[in-house]
Design a protein around this ligand. Structure first.
Ligand SMILES: [Zn+2]
Length: 311
């Protein structure tokens, strides 16, 4: 563990003691410090949110960072957008994205033990981590997430923000699926993760890809929804952020499947899903995935075979 000043989120939503959370308009890239340009301005909740894009790493970010009250308001929207599942074994078994992610993790490392699922939601990812022998701690601000623990042996639930977690770890795996785009200070989250990982442990991140196929949509990218999302990672900026936080990227890829639903568009979506598997091994898909380990890897705990296969 490293020494770290205690963190408090002030009324402006800025995390004290962290340079990445300076108040006011942020005019350089929070990931690589490179120069930025205005990408677009979007209006939501009676605010104009300026989205800047880094000219060096392509990272996008809301330049006028929201306040905590903005985020609280936005989180109410999130609970509508991300409907929690029905907390049944059948629903968990049907979550192919969660199964796929846990399978990928299991291929990359033989290390098992405690896992931390940040923003656990309905617990689908923790359920599949449990199937692979991890004991997950589910972190979520929504108390309903606790229901998932009855399906996952050895699991526990904590209703606290990651910034306030007092669990010293260590964790064999830390999972951030579709949450880092919400973090007011993503570098702080990554540094905390580095400190909580055990040697050979794996940090797994899935975020909307600001550098993938959705680039063709420009400002109509459906993930550009400030202030619900405040960080827009590209493959380059996500790798840079992980490395700056003191970890090593073991593997990156992407996923592009979309819900099929019903109606006439279902045919188009099925066709898209069939073709989009070609993107999986690339970093050009809709959802960018990164797998990282601490620099202090010991005893080859991360499978060398997997590293050779992917790097
Ligand atoms: Zn940058």
């Amino acid at each position: 563990m490293t020494d770290r000043p205690s963190d408090e989120i002030d009324s402006a939503g800025n995390v004290a003691n962290h340079p990445h959370s300076a108040p006011g308009i942020q005019t350089s890239c929070p990931i690589c410090s490179g120069p930025v340009e205005l990408f677009c301005t979007k209006r939501a909740q009676d605010h104009d949110w300026k989205i800047n894009r880094c000219l060096s790493c392509g990272h996008g970010f809301v330049a006028n960072r929201p306040s905590l009250s903005d985020l609280t308001f936005a989180n109410e929207d999130i609970s509508l957008v991300h409907e929690l599942g029905s907390f049944t074994r059948e629903a968990y078994e049907g979550r192919s994205d969660a199964r796929d992610l846990a399978d990928s993790m299991a291929r990359l490392t033989k290390v098992r033990g405690r896992a931390l699922d940040i923003g656990a939601g309905d617990g689908s990812f923790s359920y599949h981590l449990g199937r692979h022998g991890y004991q997950p701690t589910l972190l979520d601000l929504d108390p309903r997430a606790q229901q998932a623990t009855s399906f996952i042996p050895g699991s526990q639930f904590r209703q606290v923000p990651f910034e306030s977690l007092d669990d010293p770890g260590p964790f064999a795996a830390i999972l951030m699926s579709q949450v880092l785009e919400h973090a007011l200070d993503p570098m702080d989250w990554l540094q905390r993760s580095r400190d909580l990982l055990q040697p050979g442990g794996l940090l797994v991140i899935a975020v909307p890809n600001f550098g993938g196929v959705y680039r063709v949509l420009g400002t109509n990218d459906p993930f550009l929804i400030p202030p619900v999302h405040v960080n827009f990672f590209t493959p380059k900026s996500l790798r840079r952020a992980i490395e700056t936080a003191g970890m090593r990227v073991t593997h990156m890829d992407s996923r592009s499947g979309v819900p099929v639903g019903g109606g006439i568009k279902a045919v188009v979506r099925r066709a898209w899903n069939a073709g989009s598997v070609l993107l999986n091994a690339t970093t050009q898909g809709i959802v960018l995935r990164a797998f990282a380990s601490s620099m202090t890897d010991q005893n080859g705990l991360v499978s060398k075979q997997a590293c050779n296969q992917f790097t």
